[in-house]
Design a protein around this ligand. Structure first.
Ligand code: DI6
Ligand code: FE
Length: 399
């Protein structure tokens, strides 16, 4: 019989292997060798191990994955929050120098090291809740130098903590003031100068964009994605957040890993995401912050068999949220996901949204040993409580 490096035993495991169900093993054990899971099953059948840890019957899940964040940025927008509560509209805030452009100005004026220091306060909150992998976007630079700086900061975070970081280049996030009324010229700049430079330095694992009336059209995003394809980079898209422009279907047709937000996605297009294997990433923190009333088509996504993921969308404007557990709770309460769908959305399907479905997101032999150990009995407790953190221990690559 095989011997494993490390055996984790006396646990209840939500393996999250199958498309449906938690895949529970009640008296389970996990064997880890060389940072990967080498054995999973009933504790009674466990292999010999060089080292054994017992966990008093605690629940183990895959480590959580936050597959959509903007945690690297300068400044904050608390003053804008106040102004909006005093009655100012989003446009008035923007004219007063607020909104996304104020974050661009602050990010341009912040050093890489200070961006890292700031982001660590947010990252540590997520890590404290069992997050083992995070996606981080650029998009608050909108010039060559600052987009590079943001992505370098995102990469640096990976050396500061035991965390896996996947970066997305979001140069097509907003039209910077220098390109006011010249959005095509800005898209040209993104495609011809910024994206190739980012790629040369190996700074982007994927290419993202904001497809919306206030940002870029599906045909502009298609141009960016064609450039991404030439460079061999996967794509994803902020789509159908405020209106239905058909961005999600355009992205899915080009093989996108995910389409994100989706409040205005129609039922027919929900089925297209399922067909194409594009993950639907729902972001209840932005829905809540913007007091949106239109909900993503959860029923249609479910009926079509689409993979649904949940993320924080952590950003200073529309989702200043650093709790993935709260995002799971909101997905249940606001969008009517089941707790089981919410957990699949931050494990198996979140891994898929990052192109990591074969390495992460479930507890099964061959996957990375990224695990979260919780002081709960039932997996539904993870999404059930509000503002409570039951994490006991987080394990990344077996450590
Ligand atoms: N959608 C959003 O909700 C955020 N970005 C995006 O593409 C807004 C970001 C911000 O307001 O800073
Ligand atoms: Fe976002």
């Amino acid at each position: 019989m095989q011997t494993v490096d490390h055996l984790i035993t006396d646990t209840r495991i939500a393996t999250m292997i199958a498309e449906k169900g938690y895949g529970l093993i009640d008296k389970g054990a996990i064997g880890i060798s060389n940072g990967s899971i080498s054995w999973v099953g009933n504790a009674a059948d466990a292999p010999d191990a060089k080292e054994v840890s017992t966990f008093g019957g605690r629940l183990i899940t895959p480590a959580l994955i936050d597959c959509h964040t903007h945690i690297v940025f300068g400044g904050n927008r608390a003053r804008e929050f106040e102004l909006r509560l005093e009655g100012a509209s989003y446009e008035e805030v923007s004219r007063a120098g607020g909104g996304i452009r104020s974050t661009v100005a602050a990010t341009r004026g912040t050093s890489q090291q200070d961006l890292v220091t700031d982001a660590l306060t947010r990252l540590d909150q997520l890590i404290g809740e069992g997050v083992g992998t995070i996606e981080i976007k650029s998009g608050y630079g909108l010039d060559l130098e600052t987009e590079l700086k943001m992505l370098r900061a995102a990469r640096q975070l990976q050396s500061e903590r035991a965390i896996r970081v996947k970066t997305s280049f979001l140069g097509a996030h907003a039209i910077p003031a220098e390109y006011q009324d010249r959005s095509d010229a800005y898209i040209g700049f993104v495609c011809d100068e910024v994206l190739p430079a980012v790629h040369d330095e190996g700074l982007a694992d994927a290419v993202d964009g904001f497809c919306e009336g206030i940002a870029f059209s599906p045909s502009q995003m298609r141009q960016v994605f064609e450039r991404a394809r030439q460079l061999g980079l996967p794509i994803k898209l902020h789509a159908e957040q405020l209106s239905d422009l058909g961005g999600a279907v355009m992205a899915a047709g080009m093989g996108a890993l995910s389409a994100d937000h989706l409040e205005y996605l129609n039922d027919t297009d929900a089925a297209v995401l399922a067909e194409r294997g594009t993950v639907a990433v729902l972001l209840p923190g932005a829905f809540y912050t913007l007091r949106e009333t239109r909900k993503p088509p959860v029923e249609a996504l479910r009926a079509a068999g689409a993979a649904v993921a949940i993320a924080t969308d952590c950003n200073p404007g529309s989702s200043p949220l650093t709790s993935l557990l709260l995002a799971m709770n909101m997905a249940c309460t606001l969008f009517r996901l089941t707790p089981e769908e919410a957990l699949a959305g931050t494990t198996r399907n979140a891994a898929k949204a990052l192109g990591l479905g074969d390495q992460l997101g479930s507890v099964e032999p061959g996957k990375q040993a990224d695990l979260a150990v919780w002081d709960v009995e039932e997996p539904a407790e993870l999404a059930y409580r509000i503002g409570f953190n039951p994490l006991h221990l987080r394990i990344v690559a077996g450590q």
